[in-house]
Design a protein around this ligand. Sequence first.
Ligand code: SAM
Ligand code: SF4
Length: 367
Amino acid sequence: MTCEAKDDKLEALLSRAAGSVRALSVDEMAYLLSLNDLADLSRLYAAARDVKLRCCGIGVSVRGLVESGNICAKDCLYCGIRKSNANVKRYSLSADEIADAAEEAKALGYASLVVQSGEIESEAHTSFIEDVLRRIAPLDLGVTLSLGEQTEEVYRRWREAGAERYLLRIETSNPKLYATLHPAECSWERRVECLRTLRRTGYQVGTGVMCALPGQTAVDLARDIAFYGDMDVDMIGMGPYIPHPDTPLAATAPALSKAERLQLGLKMIAVTRLYLHDVNIAAATALQALADDGREQGVMAGANVIMPNVTATRYRRSYQLYEGKPCLDEQASLCRHCLEYRLKTIGEELLFGRRGDSPHFHRRTHT
Ligand code: SAM
Ligand code: SF4
């Protein structure tokens, strides 16, 4: 293909994608995800950012992130807090500590909160989370839970106690690839079923994948984006896989540079924005682990949500999913000022005092 023909092809794809939702085939998305030329990438990110501005508006929604505990019953082969990692000092925040973090988020002007932890399925944990949700309800925060696979009854109880959104990454939409990343007892089908249950239960539903996984192809990633569309999700939380030295997957991980992992993460954001238009897409913390300004680059590639950490700093070292987690020592207030400044430099602003519900959720429930 000549340079002109390549330019025309890219131009045609970007303008069709920007013009209507879900207008790209899997092969076309795989083509966009394989771009490496810097001029082509600039055009891809600019087109995605235009769609973000048109469909979600100017500004970046903000959620305070509470890492409520690192005790996990699972052994995902890539995750630093997997149950077999004996080098992790385990912790579980008390209800008071979670409530303190929620109050701090509110005081900083964050109108939404994400509570994330290792996966625990037990009555004691279910009722603990219920109590926490009821306790923080007077703060009137939009609460997202990211607490893994649970039964329908548990999801219902947490919904009734005040949680409105739930994030459960599918990790990869390819069941064969999923099987290489998890022990045999983990079921890809159960994870999909959980996403359907969450939708039925009335949550704004989020999912996502990791990119730059061993054995993953551009077509796998394109199918991941098609999967988001097929599941009609409201929010996407995805990011590059970053090896953690104390995990089995680190030994087989492709030797990619930080820049390559970051670039793939940005391409996933851009192509997802171009395909789905009005979903919330987070600029994941993993982007910031790969470059200081990784989250800002995520926003410039089409993301519209950022989740600064509001967990007490003394716990942050114990919640390391991958190597190089950023902001281990920065107090929440410092993170807020730093982020505010960083977004200003790219002509964006944090949307303080606004919950930032997914425009897609609004459309699908109000039309
Ligand atoms: N335990 C819950 C679950 O698995 O759904 C929620 C917390 S879990 C730590 C949140 C996400 O961290 C996972 O869905 C996974 O995608 C991501 N994660 C884990 N290890 C990672 C790694 N090494 N690199 C990048 N992301 C990772
Ligand atoms: Fe546990 Fe989630 Fe990590 Fe898997 S990804 S080991 S479920 S915390």
